[in-house]
Design a protein around this ligand. Structure first.
Ligand code: NAD
Length: 373
């Protein structure tokens, strides 16, 4: 099979969908791989490191004209127009957007969105949400430390003692837990909250304090169980009590990192303007939900703004700020997914009885397979 690896052209994207490590394995399986010139440069992978493992270097028309195209994000219209009908596309294709799926279907291709894979043990090695959220959680702390005008750890010096920074983390999924671990390594004092009570133990095992917002009704308890491991929107009563708890904790915090997401919906508001107004001057908010509307209404997507003396960072693609490792992990996820759709003879094989393959399939031979509510 001819496999194409394009240069990602979306603004701010630095990652590449295949690395020399994964391409070497694909070539060993008998495939021919063409990498678009410059595709890996931002991830510290110049063309020659691909050539060393046997890849060809080509132009956009050649890579998008392949039988199988490996992408990071969904192709734009011009890129889709270069794909041939019947080709297969794999990437983070935004499965919640019907319009994107329809555009791909109209081109006559078969497309898989890896973000739609189930969060099961079997799917762990191809879980792109986890691999990229892990990086985002780490980078959020690095950005927080960078914008914070003080030290993170407690220091006792001849010139006096410096207090440890207080970090508040809202949402303790993959990104939030990595943010706790990273802030801990830098010596911060950490508090964290999540709607799912099951994460209390994980938060505490990483050395942070759990900010508890107890449930008062059966509806609140039931909503907090989530669905498929994901959070659901919580009733207004609980959100109001959570806002009260966050208000008190945020006033004491130096850095607030928000990561709360609800799949397919606008991110919940957790840090209200009235709370930001009372935060300490010089404190920092890193809003990882910026691309989904933000957990703070003052967040501006892909901007760093100062509001009420607080620096609010709204970068929408934190994984792209760690391009080499983000690409390495993403490329391995993708290679693992390919094992499910390429048979031993090296041909594309669609097994819809495989729950991972079925969940990721967006469109098939030009027909839309997945539609969202
Ligand atoms: P996510 O990115 O969808 O959301 C981030 C966090 O925000 C979640 O922990 C969510 O509960 C939380 N959140 C939502 N609304 C909130 C609110 N109002 N207040 C506070 N927090 C709120 O989540 P994720 O990191 O992708 O993880 C989702 C789940 O999937 C987790 O339970 C995780 O452990 C699980 N998971 C399972 C596997 C696996 O089994 N293979 C792999 C990865 C993740």
């Amino acid at each position: 099979m001819h496999i194409g690896v394009p240069l990602e052209t979306h603004a701010g994207e630095t990652r590449v969908a295949a690395t020399p490590e994964t391409i070497k394995k694909l070539i060993a399986q008998g495939h021919q791989v063409t990498v678009q010139s410059g595709a890996g440069v931002k991830a510290s992978l110049p063309d020659h490191v691909y050539e060393v493992v046997g890849a060809n270097i080509g132009d956009a028309a050649t890579v998008f004209g392949a039988d199988l195209v490996l992408k990071v994000v969904a192709p734009d219209d011009a890129e889709l127009a270069l794909m041939k009908s019947g080709a297969v596309l794999v990437g983070m294709l935004n499965p919640f957007c019907n319009e994107t799926i329809a555009r791909m279907a109209a081109r006559g291709i078969t497309a898989f969105a890896l973000e739609a894979a189930p969060r099961t043990s079997r799917a762990q090695s191809l879980d792109v949400l986890s691999s990229q959220a892990n990086i985002a959680g780490y980078k959020a702390v690095m950005l927080g430390a960078n914008h914070y005008p003080r030290f993170m750890p407690m220091l006792m010096t001849a010139a006096g003692t410096v207090k440890a920074a207080r970090v508040l983390i809202l949402g303790a999924g993959v990104a939030g837990l990595q943010a706790i671990a990273t802030a801990k390594r830098l010596g911060a004092v950490i508090e964290a909250s999540d709607v799912r009570p099951a994460v209390k133990e994980q938060i505490e095992s990483l050395g942070a304090k759990f900010v508890d917002v107890p449930f008062e009704t059966d509806e609140e308890r039931e909503c907090a169980q989530g669905v498929g491991g994901y959070a659901r929107p919580m009733p207004a009563s609980w959100m109001q009590r959570q806002a009260g708890a966050v208000h008190e904790r945020a006033k004491q915090a130096d850095i607030v990192i928000t990561t709360a997401l609800i799949p397919g919906r606008k991110a919940p508001t957790l840090l209200h303007e009235a709370t930001v107004e009372e935060m300490k001057p010089g404190s920092v908010v890193i809003d990882l939900a910026a691309a989904q509307g933000g957990n703070c209404p003052l967040t501006e997507v892909d901007q760093v703004v100062v509001k009420h003396g607080v620096t609010i960072v709204g970068y929408s693609n934190l994984a792209a700020l760690v391009p080499a490792d983000a690409s390495a992990l993403y490329a391995r996820n993708l290679l693992d997914f390919l094992k499910l759709v390429i048979d031993k003879e090296g041909h594309f094989h669609l097994n819809l009885e495989d729950d991972i393959v079925a969940a990721c399939l967006m469109c098939r031979d030009g027909n839309v397979v997945r539609t969202n509510g």
